[in-house]
Write a protein that binds this ligand. Structure first.
Ligand SMILES: Cc1cc2nc3c(=O)[nH]c(=O)nc-3n(C[C@H](O)[C@H](O)[C@H](O)COP(=O)(O)OP(=O)(O)OC[C@H]3O[C@@H](n4cnc5c(N)ncnc54)[C@H](O)[C@@H]3O)c2cc1C
Length: 388
């Protein structure tokens, strides 16, 4: 038996940064329990997109906070997650897209995001790899960018070690016990418990006796060969929202990702060749230079999601010492903000990162439906949480 001020479950970007923030807030002994190795879940496999152009005020605030954190890391830690300010374009293809984008832009601008409208010819000018004449314009934020997910795992590993968090790898959380948690290496007494788990959060919740409506589903990413036209200076990041396709420059080629809206929920890391062909077809229509390019890397991994595509940050109902945190499939974009807010909530019940009161588990009904409006700027996640 051992004792800690806080136990955090899950060594992904949410749990790890949360453990770091708890330690930085002054807790003496913080233990991070990871059933495998740090970063072995979604966090090392992501595409790294970081966007302040969120679809709801909560999404915008988490994006702003996380971006600022990425920019501050080097001073704070001596290393960083590799944030690159690339600029992000969300093109519009229909009048309905334009109306929705202009409405979002007003909300984002009000919250201080330097987002601007580009007319169709300005879109073509800002993005010479995009097939000309395709769009009706779009929103653009030159401060959006991307991190390197493996480098983020390295950065939080440094942060954990430097701050004195005790990292317990290959130790599985098994459940809550009075005054602490049960793990595969025995009991840890703890005043505070934070539960994360990314695509496995529902299972972590079940171990704790909680119903958490968070799911996991396959998501695919690929990287093309290099091409001079794909020089990063010529390629802003782009989110083709209607298709759920996004891309960004990567080592002289293009990294692109897309979620199949018909994908059944559940863990899956096999590459779906048919869907990859559909991804490529859409990409080559919009970025013709990619049509003849080979692929240097392809991977499929399980991404976390929530029914309303928004994060979960809040204390477990009836268990004031237990806090639940999930980035809802946007852990690169929102992860540090979610982690800091979860640490704050664990310690005090509220956070100055954002007002977390709408984001708790109490927003979901018995069937897992949320009473919040769905974040409209998200991948096309399944409507259900599990395939059963
Ligand atoms: C292919 C892909 C591309 C993505 N691209 C982007 C992107 O561009 N931008 C973006 O914002 N987000 C992106 N995401 C989403 C992002 O990666 C996730 O939202 C984020 O990594 C979730 O972090 P996490 O810490 O909650 O979960 P994870 O990183 O999955 O970590 C959870 C950890 O909990 C551990 N765990 C589970 N059960 C237990 C237990 N019982 N005991 C102890 N430990 C346990 C797991 O082993 C795991 O290490 C992408 C995801 C994927 C898969």
């Amino acid at each position: 038996m051992t004792a800690a001020d806080a136990v955090v479950v899950g060594g992904g970007t949410v749990g790890a940064w949360c453990a770091y923030f708890l330690r930085r807030a002054g807790l003496g002994r913080v233990v991070l329990v990871e059933k495998g190795l740090l970063g072995q879940g979604a966090s090392s496999r992501a595409a790294g997109i970081v966007r302040m152009q969120g679809g709801t005020p909560e999404a915008v605030r988490l994006g702003q906070w996380s971006r600022r954190f990425y920019l501050s890391q080097r001073d704070e830690l001596g290393t960083d997650s590799g944030f690159t300010e690339q600029g992000y374009l969300l093109p519009c293809f229909t009048e309905a897209d334009v109306a929705a984008a202009r409405e979002r832009m007003a909300m984002q601008s009000h919250l201080g995001v330097p987002v601007r409208w580009l007319d169709a010819d300005e879109v073509d000018e800002a993005n010479p790899t995009l097939a000309p004449g395709q769009t009706l314009g779009g929103t653009f934020c030159d401060q959006d960018g991307f991190i390197s997910p493996p480098r983020n795992v390295a950065a939080y590993t440094v942060a954990l070690i430097r701050s004195g968090v005790e990292v317990a790898e290959r130790v599985a959380f098994r459940g809550l016990v009075p005054g602490g948690v049960d793990t595969s290496r025995g009991r840890i007494d703890a005043g505070l418990v934070v539960l994360t788990g990314g695509p496995k959060l529902a299972a972590v919740g079940r171990l704790a006796g909680l119903r958490i409506p968070a799911g996991g589903v396959r998501h695919q990413v690929a990287v093309t060969e290099r091409h001079p036209d794909l020089d990063p200076k010529r390629v802003p990041m782009v989110f083709d929202l209607g298709a759920g396709l996004y891309w960004r420059p990567e080592e002289g080629g293009l990294l692109f990702g897309m979620s199949n809206p018909d994908e059944p929920p559940g863990e899956n890391r096999e590459v779906d060749e048919d869907y990859l062909a559909r991804m490529r077809a859409r990409l080559s229509r919009l970025v013709p230079v990619t049509a003849g390019l080979g692929l240097r890397r392809i991977w499929a991994a399980t991404i976390d999601y929530t029914p309303d595509h928004l994060p979960i940050i809040g204390r477990a109902p009836g268990l004031d010492h237990v806090t639940v945190a999930c980035a809802g499939g946007a852990g690169m974009m929102w992860g540090p903000g979610v982690a800091r807010a979860a640490a704050d909530v664990a310690l005090t019940g509220s956070s100055d990162v954002l007002d977390v009161s709408p984001l708790g588990l109490d927003r979901f009904d018995e069937a897992g439906h949320s009473r919040l409006a769905t974040d409209p700027v998200a991948l096309p996640f399944p409507e259900r949480i599990s395939s059963s």
